[in-house]
Design a protein around this ligand. Structure first.
Ligand code: ADP
Ligand code: MG
Length: 335
C-alpha cells in the first residue's frame, strides 16, 4: 500500500481527471480555483470553486488557471493540483507520497509551458514526471491501435483547445492544436444573446444552453429553451426563449475553426497513411464530441467515417494512466 503509486493526470482546461490503474478514475473536477483577492489565498478548488462562479462576494474570484490549454497561473495551478492529490489520497487510501506521474500536455504547448507543468507536478513531491502528448493519450484511451504500423486519427475537442493528431507506431505523425473549444462555444452564445436580446447570461447558463439545445451544423428539429439573465437596459432579471437554430448560427465560427484544423491535418497526412484513415475513419473525443450532431456533421464534411470515443470526457485520463506501462517499457528497452 505504501509503494509508489502510479497516476495519470489529464490536465484539461475545463476538467482535471486523475486515474490510477488499480482504482480507475479517482477524481474528476472542474479546473477552477476560488481566490481571495485580499490575501491571494486559494479558498476552494474544483466543484466547490465552480459552484461559486458568479455568486461570490467581490473579494472571492473564481479563476481558471489553465485557460486556453496552458498554465496561465502557475501558483494556483500548483495549489489546485496539491489539493486534488491530497483529496484523492484520503479518499482512495492510496499513498500519494512520491507518486510516479504521467501528465498529458497539449501538442502546441511551448517548452516553457511544458516546464511549468513539470514544475507544478514536481513541487508536490512526485518521484518522476513524464509528459506525453495529448493525442497519444487520447488515442490510447479510445482503444485505438497506437503502437501498430497503422495510422489512427484522433480529434480531441476540449474546453479551451482542440487537438487533432495522426498517430502511427506509437508516435504523432502530424498534428494541429487550435486554441478553440467548448469554452468558446459558450462565449459565442453569451455574445449572441447580449447582442440580440440585450440580456446578459452567465457562463454556466451558456454551457447549459449548449449541452441542451446546441447542435453542430446539421439539420435538426428545432427546440427551444427558457433562459434567465439580466436585462442590460432595465438592469432587471429577465426570462427569454432561445431557439436551437439561433444557437446553431451563433456557434458556427467555432465549429468551422475546428473543422479547418481537421482538414489541415488530413491534407498534411503522408499519402501512405491516408488510406488507413479513409478505411478506419477518425475518432472524436473530449467534451466537445458530445455536442449534438457532431459525428454526423463531421463525417458529412470530411467524407470519412467518424467514431465517438467510448468515454469522451474520460478517455484522455484513462490513456494517460495506461501509457505509463508503455513509457516504462520504452525506458527499459533504452537501458
Ligand atoms: P478539457 O480536456 O479541456 O478539460 P473536456 O474534454 O473535459 O475539456 O471537455 C470540456 C468541454 O466539453 C466543456 O466546454 C463542456 O462544456 C463541454 N461539454 C461537456 N459535455 C458536453 C455535451 N454533452 N455537449 C456539448 N459539450 C459538452
Ligand atoms: Mg482534454
Amino acid at each position: 500500500m505504501f509503494s509508489n503509486t502510479e497516476i495519470g493526470i489529464d490536465l484539461g482546461t475545463a476538467n482535471i481527471l486523475i486515474y490510477t490503474k488499480s482504482k480507475g478514475i479517482i477524481l474528476n473536477e472542474p479546473a477552477v480555483v476560488a481566490l481571495d483577492t485580499r490575501t491571494n489565498a486559494v479558498v476552494a478548488v474544483g466543484n466547490e470553486a465552480k459552484n461559486m462562479i458568479g455568486k461570490t462576494p467581490k473579494n472571492i474570484v473564481p479563476v481558471r488557471p489553465l485557460k486556453n490549454g496552458v498554465i496561465a497561473d502557475f501558483d494556483s495551478t500548483t495549489q489546485m493540483l496539491t489539493a486534488f492529490l491530497k483529496k484523492v489520497g484520503k479518499k482512495s487510501g492510496l499513498s500519494m507520497r512520491k507518486p510516479s506521474v504521467v501528465v498529458c500536455t497539449p501538442t502546441g504547448s511551448t517548452a516553457v509551458e511544458r516546464r511549468a507543468i513539470d514544475n507544478a507536478i514536481k513541487s508536490f513531491g512526485a518521484k518522476e514526471v513524464h509528459l506525453i502528448e495529448e493525442p497519444i493519450a487520447a488515442a490510447i484511451g479510445a482503444d485505438l491501435p497506437v503502437s501498430e504500423p497503422q495510422a489512427s486519427m484522433i480529434v480531441d475537442i476540449g474546453g479551451g483547445t482542440s487537438e487533432v493528431g495522426i498517430i502511427s507506431f506509437g508516435g504523432v505523425v502530424t498534428s494541429r492544436s487550435v486554441r478553440v473549444g467548448g469554452d468558446h462555444i459558450d462565449e459565442e452564445i453569451i455574445q449572441y444573446i447580449k447582442k440580440n436580446y440585450n440580456v446578459l447570461i452567465g457562463e454556466s447558463t451558456a454551457e447549459k444552453i449548449k449541452i441542451e439545445i446546441g447542435y453542430a451544423l446539421i439539420n435538426h428539429p428545432e427546440q427551444t429553451m427558457e433562459v434567465r439573465g439580466r436585462d442590460l437596459v432595465t438592469g432587471l432579471p429577465k426570462v427569454i426563449t432561445i431557439r436551437s437554430t439561433e444557437v446553431q448560427s451563433a456557434i458556427r465560427e467555432v465549429l468551422e475553426t475546428i473543422l479547418h484544423a481537421i482538414h489541415d491535418t488530413l491534407e498534411n497526412c503522408p499519402p501512405e497513411l491516408s488510406g488507413d484513415i479513409v478505411d478506419q475513419g477518425i475518432t472524436i473525443t473530449g467534451g466537445g464530441a458530445l455536442l449534438h450532431g457532431m459525428q454526423d456533421w463531421l463525417s458529412g464534411e470530411i467524407q470519412v467515417p467518424v467514431h465517438i470515443a467510448p468515454n469522451p470526457l474520460e478517455s484522455v485520463a484513462i490513456g494517460t494512466g495506461r501509457s505509463l506501462k508503455m513509457i516504462q517499457k520504452l525506458q527499459k528497452a533504452a537501458k
